[in-house]
Write a protein that binds this ligand. Structure first.
Ligand code: NDP
Ligand SMILES: O=C(O)C1=N[C@H](C(=O)O)C[C@H](O)C1
Length: 235
């Protein structure tokens, strides 16, 4: 498979290593300032860039009939536009806030726990995410997914807020930036008598990168908007 890497930073480089080990070719490595390139050289594009350019990168792929996998976070104001563009062009697109198998299992655990805790109003929910100091967005895309999934299952919560909840129906998400932490996410339900704590800790970026390459392999020959649940056949 010929892969275009849109964004050749920490994730782009990790994806390159894994893709080559799995027998693929990297035909394009696009970074800031690389504007004049032919995306149609690639069978599939993998975008791990920055929030301001992700939608533009995704649009360029969809308009040129190149299936695209995006892991960039912080651009979701344009997610509905990406879906429309994918449908108009009969293209293929997957966005995931987190491509690792472990986090996708954690997403399911979070939904199940939220369903069990719904209506148990002696427990208050808080979330925390910890990432490296170079991260541009807060809260993380993964924390936003966890909060939205919880809100969909739990009758007491309607929204999330960064750092502090200003209303009873709001989930506070505390975002910490420390060293080179690859990504830690926790969800806590606290009552006067106990705490239920679930946590996912990424030890490195390999899990995210492998998930993105597996998604790229999976999407070839398909058209539509998909999620990691489709790729992993879970949920
Ligand atoms: N979904 C998931 O599983 C995961 C998602 N992420 C997300 O992926 C994104 C990238 O993370 P990470 O690799 O750590 O970040 P990096 O900052 O290391 O890499 C981003 C790269 O994008 C480049 N870039 C800037 N402008 C453009 C452009 N116009 N087109 C293409 N590339 C461009 C940057 O170049 P330059 O440095 O020259 O500006 C940089 O090399 C983030 O949004 C992060 O949150 C990260 C891990 C897992
Ligand atoms: O920026 C990162 O590094 C990460 N970003 C993603 C997010 O915002 O959730 C996924 C992972 O946690 C690493």
């Amino acid at each position: 498979m010929n892969i275009a890497l849109l964004g050749y930073g920490r994730m782009g480089k990790t994806i390159e290593e894994i893709a080559i080990k799995r027998g693929h070719n990297i035909v394009l490595k696009i970074d800031k300032g690389d504007t004049n390139y032919d995306i149609t050289k690639a069978d599939v594009a993998i975008d791990f860039s920055i929030p301001d350019v992700a939608f533009n990168n995704i649009s360029n792929c969809l308009k040129n009939n190149v299936p695209v996998i995006s892991g960039t976070t912080g651009w979701l104001d344009n997610y509905d536009n990406a879906i429309s563009l994918c449908k108009e062009n009969n293209g293929a697109f997957i966005y995931a806030s987190n491509f690792s198998l472990g986090v996708n299992i954690f997403f399911e655990l979070n939904k199940t726990l939220a369903k069990m805790m719904s209506n148990l109003n002696q427990y208050n929910v808080t979330m925390e995410e910890i990432h490296h100091t170079k991260k541009l967005d807060a809260p993380s895309g993964t924390a936003i997914s966890l909060a939205n999934d919880l809100i969909a299952e739990h009758s007491d919560y309607k929204k999330w807020e960064l750092d502090k909840a200003t209303e009873e129906n709001s989930i506070p998400i505390v975002a910490k930036r420390i060293g080179d932490v690859p990504g830690t996410h926790t969800v806590d339900y606290e009552s006067e008598v106990d705490t239920i704590h679930i946590e996912h800790v990424a030890h490195n970026r390999q899990g995210f990168a492998l998930g993105a390459v597996v998604a790229a392999e999976w999407i070839i020959g398909k058209s539509g908007v998909f999620t990691m649940n489709d790729v992993l056949n879970i949920g």
